[in-house]
Design a protein around this ligand. Structure first.
Ligand SMILES: [Zn+2]
Ligand SMILES: [Zn+2]
Length: 254
């Protein structure tokens, strides 16, 4: 069974002590592809470098709302250039985070919109981060719906929002939070979605699934999310895994 982790942060400093061992263990766990999500301007070339050194790792370039103040024309030009690399398959992670509000909301919205514009111009998918900002996030996505394609990462919205995301051409990504004991609402959303529009992710080292909560997350734990999703959809993991894998390949054009 082959698994595709659509959202990792393997460059996070929490992997500094043992990154090479983790990269080996991922493949042993059946995770044969993953996409490393970029978060800030400094990360752009680090992601490109990781992808060039590691066969099964693909990457994105983008400025996370936590770093929204870093976006400039120079950074956008750099991103456009790196998107010419065949291992760089998306613009992300981009979006809005009104939980932490590290940057004023208007700065976050401008940063998000400029990068959606870039993705449209370069005809590449986007990886969207939306934390406690569903209303504004959907407004901006509606404004960029022409040619929109990508993933709502670590989805946390309602069924209605999920439905609208599907209509806008997006896939819904579930991570470790789907396995949490109090995740009844999210599990109800997952149950009602078509398997051919879902992908899975770890968002490691964050969002560790049950039964490993409290530990550092890594892609080898993604099977816990797969198992929960299969149960919700009434499928076996053997049936579901190839569907999710092919969804992931098609969204990223791999
Ligand atoms: Zn995120
Ligand atoms: Zn992330």
């Amino acid at each position: 069974m082959e698994l595709f982790d659509t959202h990792t942060h393997l460059l996070d400093e929490r992997f500094d002590p043992d990154r090479d061992e983790v990269l080996l263990s991922i493949q042993k766990a059946g995770v044969t592809r993953c996409v490393e999500a970029c978060c800030d301007a400094f990360g752009i070339d680090k992601v490109v470098d990781l992808c060039s050194k590691t066969d099964f790792v693909y990457g994105s370039v983008g400025i996370h709302p936590h770093s929204a103040g870093e976006l400039s024309n120079e950074v956008l030009d750099k991103m456009a250039d790196r998107l010419g690399n065949s291992k760089i398959v998306a613009v992300g992670e981009i979006g809005l985070d009104y939980h932490y509000d590290f940057f004023p909301r208007n700065v976050q919205r401008d940063c998000f919109a400029s990068q959606l514009e870039l993705a449209r111009r370069m005809r590449v998918p986007v990886i969207i981060h939306d934390r406690e900002a569903h209303g504004d996030c959907m407004d901006i996505l509606r404004a960029y719906k022409n040619g929109l394609c990508g993933i709502m990462h670590c989805f946390s919205g309602s069924y209605e929002t999920a439905r609208e995301c599907l209509d806008l051409g997006l896939y819904i990504a579930f991570g470790g939070s789907l396995t949490f004991k109090n995740a009844h609402n999210l599990q109800d959303v997952a149950r009602r979605l078509p398997a051919d529009r879902i992908v899975i992710e770890t968002d490691c080292p964050y969002m560790t699934p049950v039964p490993h909560r409290g530990e550092r997350n890594d892609p080898s734990y993604i099977h816990h999310t797969l198992e929960m999703l299969a149960e919700l959809l009434g499928m076996s993991t053997q049936q579901l895994a190839p569907v999710l894998y092919s969804n992931s390949c098609s969204v990223f054009g791999i």
